[in-house]
Design a protein around this ligand. Structure first.
Ligand SMILES: C[S@@+](CC[C@H](N)C(=O)[O-])C[C@H]1O[C@@H](n2cnc3c(N)ncnc32)[C@H](O)[C@@H]1O
Length: 328
């Protein structure tokens, strides 16, 4: 009988990295909603209008926009941005948005018509994990509500303890005072099965010391700064693995004296470029995507991606999109 190998020896001798590991290492499974049925997504029934109504909202790890569209269609956010590291998924979300815009009929209303769904939506490809902690200084308070559903595991496995901590700090800084984070983290037990996706994931997995059970206390610590946390719900799912708690973390509304004194002694440099707070690491490699999807890259650019770049404008967005259609 062969002796049992420890993980140390395993990596040298027998570890075989998953065939599709490299392509799906970020949890960017193209068929995700094939097994996580979007029509049975009980997370959405726990959402409350007041968290989104006329707010600036960010959905991190939005995949093809399932949660983003639900919020946009049902809860009237002022603006909502979906961001994902995977360009193909963002392209899919933009195509869906484009179709909504094509079918959009202006409704007569006295409120600002340009902020109506779907013109209040945008999708952007980006890695939400900054390259280093110094870049956190460039993040500005832009959102009242941030959603991070089922994304922490992927960030943790790909960017390690430092990456997930930087992710949390960026979220905190991107929230306005009184803003909320809706967080649905995966449990540590579920990391193991994904540890062989790539060599990098494997190495990160073995180095992780900061476990998901420590996330909430870290988020509430002075290193991040959230003021309060409570559990929103643990929505049921026919797949037990998807039954995860959703937490709400709230950023304090006003600066208390201690924090204020702290900021005075730790003034940020004033000669920084205006704002890179939105998103670095854009990847607009349309050719690659269009080859993969067998779509002509020029029509790609002229459609979904153009819509994305015209976001949050007034009704001229609609006119421009319709003009693009006419010229095709
Ligand atoms: C398992 S899916 C969850 C999708 C959606 N949030 C939901 O809960 O239905 C995880 C998503 O996070 C994205 N993702 C992973 N790491 C990311 C990162 N560093 N920055 C932005 N998106 C990321 C993946 O591409 C993938 O679409």
């Amino acid at each position: 009988m062969l002796p049992q190998l420890g993980e140390e020896q395993e990596v040298e001798q027998v570890v075989k990295f998953t065939e599709q590991g490299e392509a799906t290492r970020y949890g960017n499974f193209k068929g995700y909603y094939g097994y996580r049925d979007p029509s049975q997504d009980n997370r959405l029934t726990c959402m409350e209008s007041q968290w989104f109504n006329q707010k600036d909202v960010l959905d991190i790890g939005c995949h093809s926009g399932h949660v983003t569209f639900f919020i946009a269609e049902n809860f009237n956010p002022k603006t909502i941005l979906g961001v994902d590291i995977d360009q193909q998924l963002i392209h899919r979300a933009r195509q869906r948005l484009l179709n909504k815009i094509k079918n959009y009929k202006r409704t007569k209303t006295t409120s600002e018509p340009h902020m109506q769904f779907p013109l209040n939506m945008r999708f952007q490809q980006a890695n939400f994990v900054l390259e280093n902690d110094d870049d956190l200084n460039y993040i500005t308070e832009e959102y009242e509500t941030i959603i991070a559903f089922s994304v922490t595991k992927w960030i943790h496995l790909n960017f390690g303890d430092d990456g997930i901590k930087r992710f949390f700090k960026r979220i905190y800084r991107a929230l306005r005072p009184g803003g909320i984070l809706l967080l649905e983290p995966q449990q540590w037990q579920s990391y193991r099965i994904k540890r062989k996706m790539t060599k990098q994931v494997w190495d990160n997995y073995r180095r992780i010391e900061f476990k998901p059970t420590q996330f909430l206390s870290y988020l509430l610590s002075s290193e991040v700064g959230f003021q309060t946390c409570h559990t929103v719900a643990t929505p049921s799912n026919k797949h037990k693995g998807f039954e995860r708690s959703i937490f709400m973390l709230i950023k304090a509304n006003s600066i208390d004296t201690l924090t204020y004194l702290d900021t005075l002694s730790d003034q940020q440099p004033t000669n920084l470029p205006p704002s890179i707070s939105s998103f670095c690491c854009f990847d607009d490699d349309l050719d690659k995507i269009s080859t993969a999807e067998k779509i002509d890259s020029s029509s790609l650019a002229a459609n979904a991606d153009q819509v994305a770049s015209l976001m949050y404008t007034d009704l001229s967005t609609l006119n421009q999109v319709q003009a693009v259609q006419k010229t095709e």
